[in-house]
Design a protein around this ligand. Sequence first.
Ligand code: NAD
Ligand code: DAU
Length: 357
Amino acid sequence: MKTILVTGGAGFIGSNFIRYVFEKAKFKGRVVNLDKLTYAGNMENLADIQKKYKGRYTFVKGDICDYKTVFELMKKYAVTEVAHFAAESHVDRSIFGPKDFIETNIHGTFSLLEASRTLWAGRKDVRFHHVSTDEVYGSLGKTGKFKETTPYDPHSPYSASKASSDHLVRAYSDTYGLPVTISNCSNNYGPYHFPEKLIPLAILNALEGKPLPVYGDGLQVRDWLYVEDHCAAIWRILNKGRCGETYNVGGNCEMYNIDVVKGICRALERAVPARHNKALEGKNYVDLITYVKDRAGHDRRYAIDFSKIKRELGWQPSLRFAEGLAKTVDWYLANPEWVKNVKSGAYKNWIKKNYTR
Ligand code: NAD
Ligand code: DAU
C-alpha cells in the first residue's frame, strides 16, 4: 500500500491537500499527517476527514526537526512518499522573529531528508516532494516572470529559509540520488487560510468593521492561485513529475494588493451588503481601507511562468480570481465557529504583542 507522509497537514495548504487527495484524487492508500500544531496548525481543519477516512488517515503531533520522531514514523508506516508542507510561512513573523523559520524550514527539512535517505537507501519507487515558494526568486521589475531557471535572490528571513531548504533538497538529489521534486508556487488563497494573511485578514476585518491594512502604496503585485488548484498541481507532480525537477506553479493572476482588497470589498458587498452589516455603522467596506507603514524589504512584484508544468504535466489553474474569491468569502461566512476558534487562540495574543496598527 502507498503511504504518504504529509508534513504540516494541519495548516492551510496541507489540510486542503489531504482533503484533495482523499476526496478529489480518490487516493486508495494511507496518509500520515505529521504536524507540530503551532499557532497555524488546526485540528479542526480535518475533523471531517479524520472521521470519514479512519484507518487510512492518521494524525501524529510532532516536530519535523526531531529526527528520531521522523525516522520512527516513516519506518513504522513504511512511508513511500513525502509531501513536505510544514514550515513557518508568514513573512511578517519572520521579520519580527526569524529563529523559528531557521529551525523548522531549514533544520526540519534536513531531518526529513536524512530520514528519507537512510530509510529508502537507493530505492527509486519512492518520492520526496518539497513544497516551496516563488519568494525564493526575489522581486521582479515591471515585466518578466519567474522561470525555474531564474537565479535565487530571497529578501526576507522567510524566503531565505525556504531558499536554503530548496538547495538542501537539490543537494540530496544530486549527491545521494534521492528521488525528489520541488514546486515553487505563488500566493494561495481559499478555505482554512489563517487570518494573518492578506485575504482572510481583510475578509474578517471588513465583516467586523475594522481597518483593512494596506502596506505602503498598495501597488505591490502578487500572482494569486486558488488553493485547490495548487493541491492539484502538487498531486500531479508527486505522481508524474520527473525526478530531480523543479516546477513553477502560478495563477496567471497578477494583481495589485490594493485591487485585491477592493475586490474583497466588492465580493462582501454582494454577500453581506454594507447597509445590512451593523458593524460598519453606515460606512461602505472600501471606507475601511487604511494605508499603513510598509513591510521591511517588501518585494514589489511576483509573477510565475508555469509553462513547464503545463507542457509536461498538463496542469493549469482552473478558477478565475473573482470565482475563487466568491467561494472563499462564502466559506468564511459559512464557518463562523472555525473563525471564532481561530481568532480566540494564540494568534490573537501574538497580534496584540506585535502589531500596533
Ligand atoms: P501554514 O502556516 O498555514 O501551515 C504550516 C503548518 O506547518 C502548520 O500546520 C504548522 O503547525 C506546521 N508546522 C510548523 N512548524 C512545524 C514543525 N516544526 N513540525 C511539524 N509541523 C510544523 O502554511 P501554508 O500557508 O499552508 O504553507 C504550507 C507550505 O506551502 C509552506 O512550506 C509554505 O512555504 C508553502 N507555500 C505557501 C504559499 C501560500 O501562499 N500560503 C505559497 C507557496 C508555498
Ligand atoms: O508568494 C508565496 C507566498 O505568499 C508564500 O510563500 C507565503 O507563505 C505566503 O504567506 C504568501 O506571502 P505574502 O507575504 O505574499 O502573503 P501576505 O498575505 O502576508 O501578503 C500579501 C501581500 O499583501 C504582500 O505584498 C503584503 C501585503 N499585505 C499583507 C498583509 C497581511 C498588506 O498590504 N496588508 C496586510 O495586512
